[in-house]
Ligand binder design. Structure first.
Ligand SMILES: Nc1ncnc2c1ncn2[C@@H]1O[C@H](COP(=O)(O)OP(=O)(O)O)[C@@H](O)[C@H]1O
Ligand SMILES: [Mg+2]
Length: 405
């Protein structure tokens, strides 16, 4: 195969996917706004265009396609830009999601409206017009609600209203993270949270990604909702897993994803599974590139690349061949100026430590963690089972020391 794949985003988490496409024999063109994007070093060619700027990426991709070399497929890696991907795919006649589907994936209100219209189990929700409107909704519904921007990510501006004293502040927070200035609330869902990652083939979902999310710090970080990693295999029983996977398949169908990747934020509530949101792309955070393949043997990034190029998948592309324990945990050092990090190299060299990295470096000012982009670093560990992987991750988190002034 000597096809050209356009990868949207050249961030560091895109690198394993860029390398995977290269190993599959593709010519890889990477687009990113940042001329220093680390992914460019692994690409055959580069386009400078903001991943979020549909028109800019479209213009750069069209120009490349018509004057330099034909593009055969387009995908985003470790970035949430379904509309950019779908617009390029449509303009260049490549496989991909419809613009309608991409719009639903990029707008939580459109997504939820589509879920409700098609009978998909999702929490009660409402758009919020103003802080005054929020107060009215809380008076009607009670405060067991989550407020969030309609179109952001990384848990930015996502707040548990039960832990908020000032509703004006909560509204402003959520609004400040919405590019379109729109805010919504939904009922908080109680129960185990699961990340699913499914491969859709002609409307049928195979779900190799099934990860229990860790929310041990829900109270510590309240009203912010901060995830401290996840682990697999899931502790859910077969029946529960089937219920959650079936809901993921139905939610993907409702959104119009019949071929491609769908990543779900799911909660197994006492009333059965509910979907919080569904992204029409591969996961970031080393989940699709590292955690899922390490746990199950499924090369979900490779499968997504094939789908983006319009190639057929075989059983080998999506069938799990193993069930190993894999865990990820994050580092949460105290606030202040980061002076140094100790024991990281020793920890990274230990058996069972798969990947360890930091988002903060010495000299950085560590602020209060209010969304997922502010976590200081992570460790991914392996074990014969889930408990072993989790214990190893915990041990690494305890052993790495952050000197903060
Ligand atoms: N209604 C809800 N009930 C329980 N948890 C929620 C709810 N809404 C959001 N969360 C938690 O907050 C996280 C971030 O919210 P989400 O809507 O997925 O926004 P983002 O696009 O930033 O990921 C979710 O993954 C989930 O863990
Ligand atoms: Mg989410």
């Amino acid at each position: 195969m000597s096809k050209t794949l356009l990868v949207i985003s050249g961030g560091s988490e895109a690198i394993p996917g860029i390398q995977r496409a290269k190993a599959m024999g593709c010519r890889v063109v990477v687009s990113d706004q940042n001329p220093q994007a680390p992914g460019f070093a692994h690409a055959d060619d580069q386009l400078i265009a903001s991943t979020y700027d549909v028109a800019e990426t479209l213009a750069a991709a069209s120009h490349y396609h018509h004057t330099i070399g034909a593009i055969d497929g387009v995908i985003c890696l470790a970035t949430d830009v379904p509309l950019t991907v779908a617009s390029v795919a449509q303009a260049l006649g490549l496989p991909g999601l419809s613009i309608d589907t991409a719009q639903r994936a990029a707008d939580k209100l459109l997504m939820k409206q589509c879920f409700v219209a098609q009978g998909i189990a999702t929490p009660w929700f409402s758009e919020v017009e103003s802080a005054q409107h929020l107060a009215e909704l809380v008076a009607e519904q009670g405060s067991d609600l989550v407020i969030k921007p309609v179109d952001s990510r990384g848990a930015r501006g996502v707040l548990q209203l039960s832990a908020v004293a000032d509703l004006n502040w909560a509204f402003q927070q959520a609004e400040s993270f919405s590019p379109s200035g729109r805010v919504m609330v939904e009922q908080f869902q109680h129960g185990p949270q699961i990340s699913t990652e499914s491969i859709l083939l002609k409307g049928q979902a195979i779900t190799p990604g099934f990860i229990d999310r860790n929310y041990e710090y829900l109270h510590t970080f309240a009203p912010h909702i901060i995830e401290n990693g996840g682990q697999q295999p899931s502790i859910l029983n077969d029946k529960q897993r089937r219920q959650v996977s079936n809901l993921a398949e139905q939610a993907a169908a409702a959104m119009g994803i019949s071929s491609g990747i769908a990543k779900g934020d799911m909660v197994l509530t006492p009333d059965g599974p509910k979907v919080i949101e569904m992204a029409a792309r591969l996961s970031g955070g080393w989940m699709s590139s590292d955690q899922i393949p390490a746990a199950t043997g499924v090369d979900i990034v490779g499968a997504a690349i094939k789908l983006a190029l319009g190639e057929p998948l075989t059983l080998d592309d999506y069938q799990a061949t193993q069930y190993r324990g894999v865990a990820i945990r994050y580092f949460f050092p105290p606030q202040g100026r980061l002076h140094s990090i100790h024991n990281a190299e020793e920890a990274a060299a230990q058996e069972g430590v798969y990947r360890l990295g930091f988002f903060a470096s010495p000299g950085d000012q560590l602020a209060e963690v209010t969304n997922h982009t502010q976590r200081a670093g992570y460790v991914i560990t392996l074990g014969d089972n889930c408990a072993e992987a989790v214990a190893k991750a915990q041990q690494v988190v305890d052993s790495v020391q952050f000197e903060v002034e």
